[in-house]
Design a binder for this molecule. Structure first.
Ligand SMILES: Nc1nc2c(ncn2[C@@H]2O[C@H](COP(=O)(O)OP(=O)(O)OP(=O)(O)O)[C@@H](O)[C@H]2O)c(=O)[nH]1
Ligand SMILES: [Mg+2]
Length: 342
């Protein structure tokens, strides 16, 4: 037996012209922060470090960009905006983007998975999020867009902020794919904490979603899930969201509840979920029964998704916890009114 497996493969079994090296490389991931809020989120993610993920900050505001930390930083819409931001003028950002479109395309071409982060309401993030989403699609990378909706007080007092937010949301949703909507108002439950700490909490949650999806597609799992599955789900049209939870393998109910209700994301399913990927990560001691109980619980809470692709990976060491990452399809579109009533 041993001799059989150690014998080299006959040369006819391996097509040497086939790009094996290309196939063997792990998918490359980028997190791009767009505008002020996007750049601040990316700076926080850069500081927290996510293995296998590069970062980029893009802004029209040079001063703000200088304070951002990321692997790369790009000032766009020059010389028209003179590096001073757009002051809420979304049209001016779009008009000034010109040759920067090519620059961004060339950067995006290097990645398989691109996370775009922006605060909506201002000019830069609201313009760049839909624009970069379409550039991401052009280069064939998989986009996940994360947007921060302005606080109710901002929306209530400014027609410009409302208009920028509504336009960006509309364009993003028309493009389909994964859209993570963080309603700032949901952070109000942390009113007693310092502001910086509240945004940091949101960014840590965002980091968990990013690293969950990146881990899912970067390392071969023992069952089922890879970049092609995620691609198929994203390309199937419709809107999806990411979910994340971490807990004890003995309590699948708490784990699934955490994923569905305790997050900071604003989403609504249209009854039964659409195509869904559920990825469970555990230690060497994760039992078959615990894994199946998590899958079953998740399936029933999502009212039996149209198509559920479950997968898992176990780590060589023992863990006393389990991590759940999911991509859930079949989301309702978020209008500004709905987001405001959330
Ligand atoms: N600065 C900041 N704003 C945030 C954050 N999270 C959400 N926001 C919201 O992001 C929205 C957009 O603001 P900015 O990102 O500063 O705007 P911008 O995209 O830079 O656009 P202009 O400065 O108008 O060109 C605001 O309405 C805030 O409510 C955050 O972590 N930092
Ligand atoms: Mg700005």
């Amino acid at each position: 037996m041993g001799e059989e497996t150690s014998r080299p493969l006959p040369s006819s079994a391996l097509d040497l012209k086939f790009p094996w090296n290309e196939l063997a490389r792990a998918p490359r991931a980028l997190v791009a922060g767009l505008g002020g809020a996007g750049s601040e989120a990316v700076t926080d993610l850069f500081d927290q470090q996510i293995p296998g993920v590069e970062t980029l900050a893009v802004n029209t505001d040079g001063h703000h960009l200088m304070s951002a930390r990321a692997h790369r930083r790009v000032l766009v819409a020059q010389p028209s905006l003179a590096g001073r931001g757009s002051g809420g003028n979304r049209e001016a950002v779009l008009a000034g983007i010109g040759e920067f479109r090519e620059d961004l395309l060339a950067r995006f071409r290097q990645y398989d998975l691109i996370f775009l982060l922006a605060g909506l309401g201002g000019g830069t993030g609201s313009a760049l999020a839909p624009l970069c989403l379409s550039l991401t699609r052009q280069v064939g990378a998989l986009p996940v867009t994360g947007v921060f909706l302005p606080f109710h007080a901002e929306l209530a007092t400014s027609a410009r902020i409302r208009e920028n937010t509504a336009k960006a949301l509309e364009e993003l949703q028309a493009n389909g794919g994964a859209l993570l909507v963080f309603a700032n108002e949901r952070l109000r439950r942390f009113d007693r904490l310092p502001i910086k700490q509240v945004f940091h909490y949101r960014n840590s949650y965002l980091r968990a979603l990013v690293s969950g999806l990146v881990d899912m597609v970067r390392h071969p799992s023992e069952m089922n899930v890879d970049l092609a599955h995620v691609r198929r789900l994203f390309e199937g049209g419709g809107l999806s969201t990411l979910l994340f939870a971490e807990g004890h393998p003995a309590d699948p109910d708490a784990l699934v509840q955490q994923a569905l209700t305790e997050g900071l994301l604003d989403f609504e399913l249209s009854g039964r979920a659409g195509p869904t990927i559920l990825f469970v990560e555990g230690g060497s001691d994760l039992t078959f029964g615990a894994y199946h109980r998590i899958v079953e619980r998740f399936r029933s809470e999502l009212h039996e998704p149209l198509e559920l692709t479950p997968g898992f990976r176990t780590h060589p060491e023992r863990w006393d916890r389990v991590r759940l990452t999911a991509v859930v399809g079949g989301l309702e579109r978020r209008t500004l009114e709905k987001a405001l009533s959330a």
